[in-house]
Design a protein around this ligand. Structure first.
Ligand SMILES: Nc1ncnc2c1ncn2[C@@H]1O[C@H](COP(=O)(O)OP(=O)(O)OP(=O)(O)O)[C@@H](O)[C@H]1O
Ligand SMILES: [Mg+2]
Length: 241
């Protein structure tokens, strides 16, 4: 596969719960290409979120490695890893994780301020990215009064504000109705086409998953080999042609 941006090799993850060892990920290897949209599907509890957190450097595997542009994330100290998460990665959570005390604009500005961008530039960046997610009319709204779809757009804008190379989305449409879910996936496709951002999207919704360039199906802590070899779905091809 050309231009591999993110690679994981034989990822294993065990948790200990009540003295019991649970093997959640049992050797997962994936190559993600630059500019790709990859969906990750599988039944509840199979380890989708666990995998996404490990790929995004938010958790450590028990064994195996994660490489961003050929360099292991596991080799970085916590400060350097935090910098990579802030600059190179965006993360969209199912439950939005917006800061209720801040309006739309300030939620979106926050990652730039953390990155050390001065407040005037952070403001400009945030305004531009809020336009990209079509929320300019809500810029000074309290995030608590927004609809689910609007909140997810704010979360997407916040994930995008530092121009990440990869955006990880964990059930970005999990709390949204069908029409809004379609809109969020359209937005992902648009951002991927226009900016070349790579997306990894965990979803329960197989119809939405088919809109990605590639679907990875997790079964029993492993990847279903039939999908690893699979080609983009016809819907995916239509969307991205
Ligand atoms: N910190 C933890 N300690 C113990 N067990 C955990 C921990 N985190 C996750 N697990 C277990 O790992 C398994 C996979 O969890 P994970 O959240 O990755 O599943 P998922 O595929 O994302 O499920 P869902 O579709 O419901 O979100 C589950 O059985 C869960 O109980
Ligand atoms: Mg999950």
């Amino acid at each position: 596969m050309n231009n591999v941006i993110l690679k994981c090799v034989k990822i294993q993850k065990n948790f200990t719960s009540n003295g019991q060892n649970i093997q959640v990920l049992r050797g997962i290897s994936i190559d993600v290409s630059q500019n790709e949209i990859v969906s990750i599907v599988g039944v509840s509890g199979v380890g989708k979120s666990t995998l996404l957190y490990i790929l995004a450097g938010l958790d450590h595997p028990t064994d195996g490695d994660v490489l961003l542009e050929g360099k292991s994330l596991l080799g970085y100290n916590p400060k350097h890893l935090a910098r990579i998460r802030n600059h190179d990665f965006g993360f969209v959570f199912q439950t939005f994780n917006l800061i209720p005390e801040l309006d739309v604009l300030h939620n979106v500005m926050l990652p730039s301020l953390i990155a050390g961008v001065d407040s005037k530039d952070a403001l400009e960046r945030a305004k531009l990215v809020i336009e990209r997610v079509h929320l300019e009319h809500r810029i000074h709204h309290d995030t608590t009064v927004l609809s689910g779809g609007e909140k997810q757009r704010v979360a997407m804008a916040r994930a995008l504000v530092n121009k990440p190379k990869i955006v990880f989305c964990d059930e970005p449409t999990g709390n949204l109705d069908e029409k809004i879910s379609e809109d969020i996936f359209q937005l992902i496709s648009e951002l991927n086409r226009q900016d070349g951002t790579t997306f990894l999207v965990v979803t329960h919704d197989v119809n939405l998953a088919k809109k990605a360039h590639r679907i990875i199906r997790m079964v029993d802590g492993r990847i279903d080999q039939r999908d690893v070899l699979g080609q983009p779905s016809s819907i995916g091809r239509a969307l991205h042609s």
